[in-house]
Design a protein around this ligand. Structure first.
Ligand code: UGA
Length: 483
């Protein structure tokens, strides 16, 4: 798919790309580019991660990733290496996918980005297009440029800059990723849009060439606009979630149904149906961190961010509200046995970073609850934070095992398999049949008919039939799954 002649026109001789950082963004990007026909040097200074990848195993679970890894290790199009400098020297196009973790203040820690910029500067053996893929604050591109100019070796190839003498020959571009964990591979090949932040014609044409095989709108902007689009997108989606969560509290107060409210809102094309699932709040490595990073950036520049602070505040309160609901259902929590279904921050991933489910687990541990945990993929990640404790905290191999002797069962991640549970089996296994569903997987009245007291989010809790007058009777057997 790569047109070598075209690349030559842009001053790029090798159809090689280096992806620097093989995390949740870097690895799907590297393998996606390999699938598009590029030779990809995947560099990461974590030797263990690289050794695992070389042995043919992805170091995290992501649908479709393992088969791409197997395919492109065999084809030779993906070469994992821990020699970052060598990868930089071996390619003209460099995707920067290193981590941008959060500091105490909420500011992103950009030390890995700076370190990679310095390594690039020391290995400029020809023209390089340096593409920020990691989520970074607007202005990072300018800093990368400055760092490279500052640290470039004397022998770096030069190009003349208008009236300012010669500068090292490179471009910095921003091409933010919009991959969602759990569908990162699908998102790579079928993006809603590709955003290209560039400040030179060469960078624009080269990036357009890279994304030519993908059919989607391409938006070309300046580097800092592209950087901001990413932060604004994540902040807006977080806002939608906190908004519907706030509405769900109102629903509970007045006896309305948040699922119906969300449906009614989503049918308005100006609002749209997505990201209106009420629940225990948003988590993961991106939303909480990116929201704080945007607030930090804006406030540093004197922009009032009260609105986004409230989005964060609503999200933080979800856990306490969920625990309050559990106390309403169970009264005393201490000493009770609770089954927890779902530990990952969302389905189809084994990622537990900033998982709301683990915040619930932590709070329940402190309350002296006996926990029986189950997740189809995320148990080993959770075990690193909450190790097994005999007769206090147990990891189970199925939802049914988790339900054994439980006084309540919590649903904290909406895995598809939870929508297909055999409730007769769960009913038999539990000590008292109470379900507290943080993801609204089921129709309340249906759960009551199956013999459970059922508490969910933003809806009337299940009660005996005599108290349910006026409630809709449109029931479905299966869980709702994800909208
Ligand atoms: C998010 C964005 O959706 C991606 O576009 C972006 O590329 C990525 O961050 C990133 O910056 O790297 P991701 O963190 O994988 O992707 O997960 P989402 O599917 O967006 O979900 C985030 C959190 O919001 C999860 O905890 C999920 O349970 C929660 N959520 C989502 C809700 O509570 N309600 C919803 O309606 C939707």
């Amino acid at each position: 798919m790569i047109d070598a002649d075209q690349l030559g026109k842009f001053g790029v001789e090798r159809s090689k790309i280096a992806v620097l950082g093989l995390g949740h963004v870097g690895l799907p990007t590297a393998l996606g580019l390999a699938e598009l026909g590029w030779e990809v040097l995947g560099a990461d200074d974590d030797t263990e991660k690289v050794a695992l990848l070389r042995s043919g195993k992805s170091w995290f679970y992501e649908p479709g990733l393992q088969s791409l890894l197997t395919k492109h290790l065999a084809s030779g199009k993906f070469q994992p290496t821990h020699e970052v400098a060598a990868a930089i020297r071996g390619a003209s196009v460099l995707f920067v996918c290193v981590g941008t973790p959060q500091r105490e203040s909420g500011a992103p820690d950009l030390s890995q980005v700076e370190a990679v910029a310095r390594t690039i500067a020391q290995n400029l053996n020809g023209y390089k297009l340096i593409i920020e893929k990691s989520t970074v604050p607007a202005i990072t591109g300018q800093w990368i440029k400055r760092i490279i100019e500052r640290h470039a070796r004397a022998e770096a190839p030069l190009r003349s800059a208008n009236g300012t003498g010669a500068t090292p020959d490179f471009d910095v571009a921003s091409n933010p990723e919009f991959l969602q964990e759990g569908k990162a591979v699908e998102d790579f090949f079928h993006p809603d849009r590709v955003v290209l932040g560039v400040d030179s014609e060469r960078a624009r044409r080269l990036l357009e060439e890279i994304y030519r095989p993908l059919e989607c709108p391409i938006l070309v902007t300046t580097v800092s606009t592209a950087e901001l689009i990413k932060h604004a997108a994540n902040a807006f989606l977080s806002t939608k979630i906190s908004f519907i969560n706030m509405i769900s509290d109102v629903c509970e107060a007045v006896g309305a149904d948040v699922e119906e409210v969300a449906r009614g809102l989503g049918l308005d094309p100006r609002i749209g149906p997505d990201f209106l699932r009420a629940g225990i709040g948003f988590g993961g490595y991106c939303f909480p961190k990116d929201l704080r990073a945007l607030i930090y950036l804006a406030e540093e520049h004197g922009v009032d961010c009260a609105m986004l602070r409230e989005v964060e505040h609503i999200n933080q309160r979800r856990i306490e509200l969920f625990l309050r609901k559990m106390r309403k259902a169970l009264w005393v929590l201490q000493g009770k046995t609770i089954a927890v279904l779902g530990l990952a921050f969302k389905p189809n991933t084994d990622d537990v970073r900033e998982a709301p489910s683990l915040k619930v687990v932590e709070a329940l541990t402190q309350e002296g609850v006996i926990l029986r945990l189950y997740d189809p993929q995320a148990a080993s990640g959770a075990q690193k934070l909450f190790p097994e404790r005999p007769s206090r905290l147990t990891y189970c191999s199925s939802p049914y095992e988790a339900a054994l002797g439980a006084h309540a069962l919590l649903i904290l991640t909406e895995w598809d398999e939870f929508g297909r549970l055999d409730w007769t089996q769960i009913h038999e296994a539990m000590e008292t049949r109470i379900v507290v569903d943080g993801r609204n997987l089921f129709e309340p009245s249906r759960m009551f008919e199956a013999g459970f007291e059922y508490w969910s989010v933003g809806r009337v809790s299940a009660q005996p039939t005599s108290q349910r007058e006026g409630q809709a009777e449109t029931l479905q057997l299966e869980g709702r799954g994800r909208r």
